[in-house]
Every structure is written in C-alpha cells, then in structure tokens.
Design a protein around this ligand. Structure first.
Ligand SMILES: Cc1ncc(COP(=O)(O)O)c(C=O)c1O
Length: 301
C-alpha cells in the first residue's frame, strides 16, 4: 500500500499561512527535543503497522473510512491553534466554521431552522438527543429495534430512562406489529428509528412510524450515525428513499461525519428540529461565556 504524502506539502503551506496571521505577536519558539521527538514518532509509525490498512481500496471494512485528505489536513492544521468551540469566545473562527458545517449537514435533511452542533461521536450525539427527549417526556420509555446500536440501551441506563427493545422483521427493520403492541402496553416517550443499522445497514420504516406517531404521540429520534449520508445516494429503493425523505419530520437526528462524512475521529453531529430545545442546554457559567448573547455551541446541542 502507498500512503498518500502529497498533502504534506499543502499542509506545510497552510501552516505557514496560519503563522502569517500571528506574526505581529512577540517571537516565540516552542522548545522540545527534536531528536527525541523524531525517535518517538518513528516508533509510533512502526507500531501503527499492526493496524489494518483501512485506507487501501481493497480493504473491505464495514464501518471504518479513511478521512478525505482535505479533512485530514484541516484537522492537523487546526491542532496548531487547538481552539475550543465550547464557547464562541474560545474558538471564534472555528465556531463560525462549525456552524457552517452543521448548517450544511442540516440541509441533507431539509432543515433550515434547527439547533445542532458537532460532538465527539455518535454515542455522545445520541446521548444528547435522548437527554432532551427525557426532558420533554420525563420518565417515559424509549423504544429502539433489536438491531439498533447497543448505545441506546446503555444511554438509557446512564440517564435512568426505561428502555425496551422492539422485534425486527425478516429484513432486520423495526417490526410495526411489535412496535404498535409495545405502544399500547407501555408509556412510550420516544421511538429511536435507525436509518442504517450497524450490523446490516437495514432502514426502519420511518413513514409508517410517523403514522403511528399521529395516534400515540411519541417523539421520533433518528439514529443515522452510520447511514445518514446515504440520503445522497441516487440508487436507493423507493422504500428507503421515502424513509430518508421523512427525516425532515422527525424531532432529532444524529449523523456521524467521522463515518461516511470522511472526517477523522471523533466527529458526530446532533440536530434538533425545534430550536427551542436550547432551553434545556442553557446554563450560566461566567468563566466561559462572555462575548455573545447567542447560544454558544457548548450551551447547545
Ligand atoms: C447506528 C449507530 N449508532 C451509533 C453509533 C455509535 O457511534 P460512535 O462510535 O461514533 O460513538 C454507531 C457506531 O457504529 C452506529 O452505527
């Protein structure tokens, strides 16, 4: 396998450009033992040989995707400054870029008025979505299919929310009869609909679940951590297309840029259709929030 290195030249130019923006500051040199640093880095490179060759086109990995070279370079470039987007003050330029990126992700689902942010990954993004769901329907049961990611039952354990699993049909999609039976038996607050299950990529029947929502009034959270970007594909079956098109009617959605968005780990994203859920995030921490009346990224999902 040949590891791509042309990007190193581009990265070098970009780091120089970054430095231009700070040349007005007093000169400063980061002191470290370069020889030792090189030895350590070469050792790390050798240890990495023991990983599978994920970027190779013949590596048929189920979930792991090599980051796009642009994403990889941008990620490394950012580490020279290491901004913290938690507060708009802590990463002015990078927070603006995060908002831009999240707005682009939201357009995938037809959302232009939403609340959302990037997270460390799908687990954290789903946790936020179920945390908000539990604010809206306190103590009510969360349902997800038996093929949903295990993260949902675990998150419900952490948040102390009752969780029940729904059976799947012969194509690993949420079984509507079992779902309706559970809706009748239990006090259900939220149904997690998986669009792209981790095991087999199956897509739960969202349009039918939306119809059941009219009768039973639960919240719908879409876990498309794995499958969210498949909405861009032009060869989906009509049933799967309909499920993706219906995301615009869901209450929240999770998608992982660090999967099919070709970003390096860790990058998830959570979006809420109702921006008013920001009220659950709002808190007062004067040591971080100074400059803006806008909801800071760390103050919102
Ligand atoms: C459907 C689904 N949800 C959630 C997750 C958890 O995401 P992460 O590993 O980014 O925390 C995954 C990961 O594979 C997933 O496939």
């Amino acid at each position: 396998m040949t590891i791509e290195t042309a990007s190193l030249g581009i990265l070098h130019k970009a780091v120089e450009k970054l430095a231009d923006g700070y040349r007005h500051l007093p000169a400063h040199h980061t002191e470290y033992d370069q020889q030792q640093a090189e030895e350590i880095l070469l050792q790390v490179a050798e240890k990495m040989w023991d990983n599978y060759p994920y970027p190779h086109p013949q590596y048929a990995g189920q979930m792991l995707k090599p980051p796009h070279p642009v994403a990889r370079m941008a990620y490394m470039l950012a580490t020279w400054i290491n901004p913290n987007n938690h507060a708009l003050d802590g990463g002015k330029a990078s927070s603006a870029m995060e908002k831009e990126a999240v707005a682009k992700i939201a357009t995938l689902y037809g959302w232009d008025n939403y609340l959302g942010h990037l997270t460390g990954g799908g687990t954290l993004a789903n946790l936020e979505a179920l945390w908000v769901a539990n604010h809206i329907h306190p103590g009510k049961t969360v349902l997800a299919s038996s093929q949903a990611h295990y993260t949902h039952s675990r998150i419900c354990g952490v948040l102390q929310i009752p969780f029940e699993s729904v059976a799947v049909d012969d194509q690993a999609r949420m079984d509507l009869n079992d779902l309706e039976a559970k809706l009748q038996q239990l006090d259900v607050g939220t149904v997690v609909v998986t669009l792209g299950t981790t095991g087999v990529g199956s897509v739960d029947p969202l349009p039918d679940i939306l119809r059941l929502q009219e009768t039973y009034g639960f919240r719908i959270h879409i876990d498309s951590a794995y499958g969210g970007y498949y909405t861009l594909a032009d060869n989906l079956t009509p049933q799967v297309r309909a499920a993706y098109d219906a995301i615009r009617q869901a209450d929240s959605v999770v998608v992982d840029p660090h999967k099919h968005g070709l970003q390096p780990y860790g990058c998830g994203c959570v979006l809420f259709r109702d921006p008013q859920v920001g009220r659950y995030y709002k808190h007062d921490s004067p040591y971080t929030y100074f400059s803006s009346d806008e909801l800071h990224l760390g103050n919102q999902p």
